[in-house]
Design a protein around this ligand. Structure first.
Ligand SMILES: [Zn+2]
Length: 288
C-alpha cells in the first residue's frame, strides 16, 4: 500500500470512529495500516491550552496514535500526568530539565517518585545537561542528572536524556549506570561517534524536526548509518517544527514530515519506518 492510500484509509477510519463515538483503539487494525508515535512532546505547555482537542484530532488524522508528554519541572510533570489520565492516547514522563536543575531537592524528589507511580508514567525525563544555555550552574546540573538517573534505576524506568553541547559529560554520567538503566537520547544532535557510544550502552536515538533542516547534513548521515532497531521519532513540540512548517508552533501531527524524511534517508517505506519505530518505542516505554 502506498503512503497516500494508507493516510486516506486512516483518515476514513478515524472519521467513522469519531462519528460513531467508538474509541480508536477498539478497532485498531495493524494489518491495514501502521501508526506513528511521538516519543517526546510537551502538550502540557501553555501554547496548547486553547486548542488541545484540535491538536489531538489532527494527530490522529495523520496516524500519530500515541504521544509521550515529557516533564521539564514539577508542574509540567504533573500536568503531563493529568493529560495522560484524561486522554487514553497520551502517556507521560516526569523529571527536571537541566535548565531548572536547582529546583530539585530531597522533598521534591520524593514528590517526583510519587508522581511516577501513576500507571501512565513511562519514563523519567527529560533529564540531562545543557552547556549551551547554562541556565543552572554545571555542578548543579550534574548533581540533579545523577540523582534522577539513580531514581530511574530504583524505579526500573527508562530515561529521556537532554544533551546540548555537553556530549562528553553526558556519556560520562551514563557510563556510571551502564547496564543498569535504559533510555533514549532525545532530539539527537551529536556525531556518529556519540551515537555509537550511546547505542553501545543500550540507548535509543530519537530524531526530531531538525533532521529536515537544510544545514543538518551531519545529522542526516547519522540517520543513514544507524540501525532501524535503534531509532525513535519525536516532535519536541511546541518547538522545532520541521522545515515544511518551520516557524509555526510544532505539534504531533507534524511528526509525519520528520518520518517521511527519515524513511527517505533509510530508503524504506513510511509504513516500514512507522512499524519499526512503534515497536522500538513500545519496547523502551512498555506502553502497551
Ligand atoms: Zn523536550
Amino acid at each position: 500500500m502506498n503512503e497516500a492510500t494508507y493516510r486516506k484509509m486512516h483518515a476514513v477510519f478515524y472519521i467513522i470512529l469519531k462519528q460513531s463515538h467508538v474509541r480508536l483503539e477498539l478497532i485498531r487494525c495493524k494489518e491495514i495500516y501502521e501508526l506513528l508515535v511521538d516519543s517526546h512532546a510537551h502538550l502540557q505547555w501553555a501554547s496548547f491550552n486553547k486548542d488541545l482537542e484540535d491538536v489531538l484530532d489532527r494527530a490522529a488524522r495523520e496516524g500519530v496514535e500515541n504521544v509521550v508528554n515529557v516533564g521539564f519541572d514539577f508542574d509540567g510533570s504533573r500536568k503531563g500526568i493529568e493529560l495522560a489520565d484524561k486522554y487514553n492516547e497520551l502517556y507521560a514522563a516526569v523529571g527536571f530539565h537541566p535548565h531548572v536543575a536547582n529546583q530539585l531537592d530531597d522533598n521534591i524528589l520524593d514528590e517526583l517518585e510519587k508522581l511516577s507511580e501513576n500507571r501512565k508514567v513511562v519514563a523519567i525525563g527529560e533529564i540531562g545537561l545543557d552547556y549551551y544555555r547554562k541556565l543552572s550552574p554545571i555542578e548543579v546540573q550534574w548533581r540533579t542528572f545523577i540523582t534522577q538517573l539513580s531514581l530511574a534505576e530504583k524505579l526500573d524506568l527508562p530515561v529521556i536524556v537532554h544533551n546540548r553541547e555537553a556530549h562528553a559529560d553526558v556519556v560520562k554520567a551514563l557510563l556510571k549506570f551502564k547496564g543498569k538503566i535504559r533510555g533514549v537520547m532525545h532530539c539527537f544532535s551529536g556525531s556518529k561517534d556519540m551515537a555509537r557510544q550511546c547505542i553501545k550502552m543500550g540507548f535509543y536515538i530519537s530524531f526530531a524536526g531538525s533532521v529536515t533542516y537544510p544545514n543538518s547534513r551531519g545529522l542526516r548521515e547519522v540517520v543513514q548509518w544507524i540501525g532501524l532497531n535503534r531509532i525513535l521519532l519525536e516532535t519536541d513540540c511546541p518547538w522545532l517544527a520541521p522545515q515544511d512548517v518551520r516557524g509555526k508552533r510544532n505539534e504531533p501531527a507534524f511528526l509525519v514530515f520528520t518520518a517521511r524524511k527519515i524513511a527517505e534517508l533509510k530508503k524504506i517505506s513510511l509504513e516500514g519506518l512507522a512499524s519499526a519505530t512503534m515497536a522500538n518505542t513500545n519496547e523502551l516505554f512498555r506502553m502497551h
